[in-house]
Design a protein around this ligand. Structure first.
Ligand SMILES: NC(=O)c1ccc[n+]([C@@H]2O[C@H](COP(=O)([O-])OP(=O)(O)OC[C@H]3O[C@@H](n4cnc5c(N)ncnc54)[C@H](O)[C@@H]3O)[C@@H](O)[C@H]2O)c1
Length: 331
């Protein structure tokens, strides 16, 4: 199999590369990433790779990194040649940054997605997996599910909705087996670049002895899904893509966990495994626009993919903490 992973140097991308290497060591992997958030150092933890120049080839067992912006259509057309499966992860990922710079968000997330759908169509790829988000649903009370009419409340959610719509079009009009997976809050190993996310921020912050902030009273909830479970969902979507092409599917746990509970689990695991027994948390005012509750119904994922999450939050946090204790150097 010949894989193209856009955003393959980022958190989820590195986990995807690691999963492919474990399942299928002789496959060819091509990565395109502009290193705006991910890094070569993150990729090198899971895979040996080269950065070829000149004409593209797909030698079995190799991994090639191309440092390029997905907004370039000419690059997308050539990079998709000879590829069977595209996993499109590269994106501008922050909600606040999308509010600050809506044009950059649109260029990366709408034009970038369109470029790689076009590249996949013209290059003859069979499968296209699109990383969408539960933020596509927008202004509703949870649980989020796929039948809600999208009402995004930030440019990030709007750009992902546009990506989902283009995925549907490329299935209906061109027969490309697209599947848009709406990820909830994903956490786990290889997330070092995600310092704005609660789990990474709190693990690294407690290891460094930083003062950590909880906005509001810590009772706000999120739907935390372990990255290993997400890998199973992505691989199930690829396996079943011929039958489920054109679909949008929520990937989550249907479980609400409060910010305070996550913080306590992280502290307990760091205390037990890392002898870290002091933590400095301050409670500050809620941020405007923060949702109080957020979780997603996963019935459709069960029905279409035969998937549901296996790793409960306490086990997932323990695995993540163990990974950080081994791999994160406190400066
Ligand atoms: N992590 C989550 O909880 C979560 C939740 C919902 C959706 N998602 C989606 O999953 C995907 C992967 O997220 P992640 O958490 O791994 O983020 P990440 O920032 O770690 O990875 C994104 C990668 O894409 C690259 N990239 C960004 N813009 C690019 C561009 N214009 N051209 C080329 N490369 C570019 C970055 O350098 C990075 O390596 C994203 O599409 C994100 O929107 C993630």
């Amino acid at each position: 199999m010949r894989w193209l992973i856009t955003g393959g140097c980022g958190f989820i991308g590195v986990n995807v590369v690691e999963t492919i290497r474990k399942n299928d060591p002789t496959s060819y992997i091509r990565i395109v990433d502009n290193l705006s958030s991910g890094s070569e150092a993150m990729l090198s933890r899971v895979c040996e790779f080269t950065k070829p120049t000149g004409s593209l080839s797909t030698p079995a067992g190799e991994c090639h990194l191309y440092i390029e912006n997905i907004t370039r259509a000419d690059v997308a057309y050539s990079i998709c040649k000879g590829i069977d499966v595209v996993i499109h992860l590269a994106a501008s990922t922050g909600v606040p940054v999308s509010v600050e710079c809506p044009r950059t968000d649109l260029e990366s997330n709408v034009i970038g997605t369109f470029n790689y759908l076009e590249g996949a169509r013209c290059g003859g790829a069979k499968v296209f997996i699109f990383a969408s988000t539960s933020a596509s649903s927008g202004g509703y009370n949870p649980p989020f599910h796929e039948k809600l009419f999208p009402r995004p409340i930030a440019p990030y959610g709007a750009s992902k909705c546009a990506g989902e719509a283009y995925c549907h079009v490329y299935h209906e009009a061109y027969g490309l087996n697209t599947v848009a997976l709406r990820f909830s809050n994903i956490y786990g190993p290889h997330s070092i670049n995600k310092k704005a996310q609660l789990v990474t921020n709190f693990i690294t912050g407690m290891m460094e002895g930083r003062v950590l902030q909880i906005f509001g009273d810590g009772t706000q909830t999120r739907d935390y899904c372990y990255v290993g479970d997400l890998m199973d969902a992505i691989m199930a979507a690829i396996d079943k893509s011929e039958q489920i092409g054109g679909n949008v599917i929520q990937i989550a746990t249907n479980v609400e966990t409060t910010v305070k509970q996550v913080s306590d689990l992280i502290f307990d695991a760091l205390d037990y495994y890392g002898n870290i027994s002091e933590v400095n948390i301050e409670y500050v005012n809620e941020r405007p626009g923060d949702l109080q509750r957020n979780y997603s119904d996963v019935s459709k994922a069960k029905e279409l993919l035969g998937w549901s999450n296996k790793v409960p939050i306490d086990e997932g946090i323990e695995e993540t903490v163990l990974w950080y204790l081994k791999n994160y150097k406190v400066s």
